[in-house]
Design a protein around this ligand. Structure first.
Ligand SMILES: N[C@@H](CCC(=O)N[C@@H](CS)C(=O)NCC(=O)O)C(=O)O
Length: 194
């Protein structure tokens, strides 16, 4: 049994999208960041860091977006979310997800200028390609999309500054799994800090 602890629009959105891409049954548990539920003892017992996502797999806890995405992609290979081009493509996916988690994600709190700057780096890195790695959507694209979605949601679209990321965003927005995730999460309501 898979249980996703999430809050709408948060980092957990990436794991939520991957679960919809795969189409596996799972249970959702809302951890309202707006209500401070991430600091409640019941949630700290699951993730002592007080962050979402947490994915509970038959009672075992897995945290960190990249870890949850990797688990889902490898456990459900039929969804083809893990690059198939060999060791170098796999390393590229890890490289993207490390860059996203360690450089893009923390930039939001460093202010809008830094946030815009890291997406210039992401734009260069994407280099006009359709997908981050290889010829199809992978977990690295889901991870990238969630951060760029957050950027667009906060600062508005900037197609002139980020043409590649904008095209990638639109490609991702057209995916049924992304639509479904946004539908479920927006029905609860985004309650994110700016
Ligand atoms: N490195 C973590 C970051 C997770 C994270 O920062 N989650 C945020 C939401 S986007 C959170 O739960 N924040 C709650 C808090 O800081 O109180 C990951 O990749 O999963």
């Amino acid at each position: 049994m898979l249980t996703l602890y999430f809050s709408p629009g948060s980092s957990a959105m990436a794991t939520h999208i991957a679960l919809h891409e795969i189409g596996v049954p799972f249970e959702r548990k809302l951890v309202s960041l707006a209500a401070g539920a991430q600091h409640a003892p019941e949630y700290l017992a699951i993730n002592p860091e007080g962050k979402v996502p947490a994915l509970v797999i038959d009672g075992r806890v897995l945290t960190e977006v990249a870890g949850t995405l990797y688990y889902l992609a490898r456990r459900y290979p039929e969804a083809r979310l893990w690059p198939e081009g060999g060791i170098e493509d796999e390393a590229q996916a890890i490289s993207w997800m490390s860059f996203i988690a360690s450089t893009i994600h923390p930039a939001r709190r460093a202010g809008d200028e830094r946030w815009k700057e890291v997406f210039v780096l992401a734009e260069q890195r994407l280099g006009g390609r359709k997908w981050t790695v290889g010829g199809r959507c992978s977990i690295a694209d889901i991870h990238l999309f969630r951060l760029y979605w957050r950027f667009v949601d906060t600062l508005g679209p900037m197609p002139d500054a980020y043409p590649g990321l904008t095209a990638h965003y639109e490609r991702m927005m057209a995916r049924p799994a992304v639509k479904k995730t946004i539908e479920v999460e927006s029905a609860i309501g985004y309650q994110l800090p700016r």
